[in-house]
Ligand binder design. Structure first.
Ligand SMILES: Cc1cc2nc3c(=O)[nH]c(=O)nc-3n(C[C@H](O)[C@H](O)[C@H](O)COP(=O)(O)O)c2cc1C
Length: 329
């Protein structure tokens, strides 16, 4: 039986426990001195590292601008990111950054536009490695650009980026050898994706292709739409979390499950029954800086109230100070 405090080695990185902070954009934060990131971000991530989190996947960063060091990839932003990485490492927390592409209709992209997007995707990973991140997670979920590529019902391309699953994953697969060449041995490459693309068997096929191509870690959320499948009687988490457990059975690389994991009991249920390798906590990390330590020490977590139920109604989408569950220290 696995324990929450069991470490897992991925490409030589020892992730100290099974609790992950899910990537979440604190939209109301502002940067310092004209930069996108700032002190608020440093404090936010450092607190969660101090709170015992095994792996932090930092909020989505758009890859756009990576090749010419502009936008999120400017010197000012990189300086802040370095501080975040160093602080997390000081507390023994592994840290990856999520990489996303600007939202677009992938069926209308020219080959040149795809190549330019790939150049940024590749350079963003190389820059993340240089900054000191332990890895990157490509955002193939939630209906954004990359998830449109892998979803069979959306992707209507008739060239090498459409059709068979191998083609629909090509946007990343063909970059992997080049990224590996320019990053160190331990640098992890993960993918966040859904199980339904649009059928479960499609998600399973895609996850296996990513695994075979050398992706180190899968994070199962949802693709174009949240799953609506039934969950087995007695399963203590959501259908989306169950998607992660289904994919875990199909691949041999570590899998993260996410969504509505709010209590110590749920984390134990997932890890101790070997349903998945990691439990990612989203909103629960907003309301409890020490979510991981509390779970590990068997203490009550400061729960997210899930006000309104849906993510869009989460107060952190607009102004984090309005979150009724927010407890600063
Ligand atoms: C304010 C906010 C920002 C988010 N930003 C991202 C993001 O940048 N990338 C991503 O993949 N998911 C993002 N998500 C989704 C979370 O990673 C997570 O999947 C979702 O909140 C469900 O987990 P939870 O029920 O534990 O909150 C965001 C969620 C919230 C509430």
């Amino acid at each position: 039986m696995a324990k929450i405090t069991d470490s897992i080695a991925i490409r030589g990185n020892l992730i100290k426990n099974r609790i992950v902070m899910a990537p979440m954009h604190p939209f109301s934060f502002h940067g310092d001195d004209g930069a996108f990131y700032g002190k608020q971000h440093i404090e936010h991530y450092t607190e969660r590292a101090k709170g015992g989190t095994g792996l932090i996947i930092m909020q989505a960063a758009r890859v756009f601008g990576a090749t010419n060091s502009t936008n999120l990839w400017s010197c000012e932003n990189i300086a802040v990111l370095k501080r975040i990485v160093d602080n997390c490492h000081e507390y023994g927390t592994t840290i990856m950054i999520q990489l996303s592409c600007t939202d677009t209709n992938i069926n209308e992209l020219s080959i040149d536009e795809i190549s330019s997007m790939q150049a940024d995707m590749k350079q963003a990973a190389i820059s993340a490695c240089e900054i000191g991140f332990d890895g990157v997670e490509y955002h193939f979920a939630h209906g954004f650009t990359l998830s449109k590529f892998i979803d069979k019902s959306y992707n209507k391309r008739t060239d090498k980026y459409g059709g068979e699953a191998i083609n629909r994953t090509r946007i990343l697969i063909e970059l992997l050898p080049e990224i590996r060449e320019k990053t160190h041995e331990k640098f992890m490459i993960g993918v966040r994706m859904g199980e339904y693309l649009p059928e479960s068997q499609d998600g399973i096929e895609v996850s296996k292709i990513f695994e075979k191509a050398g992706v180190d870690l899968l994070h199962i959320s949802f693709g174009m739409n949240p799953p609506t499948h039934d969950i087995p009687k007695g399963f203590k988490c959501s259908p989306m979390t169950y998607s992660g457990c289904k994919i875990k059975k199909e691949v041999n690389i570590p899998v993260i499950a996410v969504n509505e994991i709010k209590t110590e009991e749920q984390v134990r249920f997932l890890i101790e029954n070997d349903y998945v390798d990691f439990a990612a906590i989203g909103r629960g990390m907003f309301t409890d800086l020490e979510f991981a330590n509390h779970v590990i020490n068997g203490q009550a977590v400061h729960k997210c109230f899930g006000c309104g139920g849906s993510l869009e109604k989460c107060k952190w989408f607009t102004d984090h100070t309005l979150c009724p569950g927010r407890k600063v220290k």
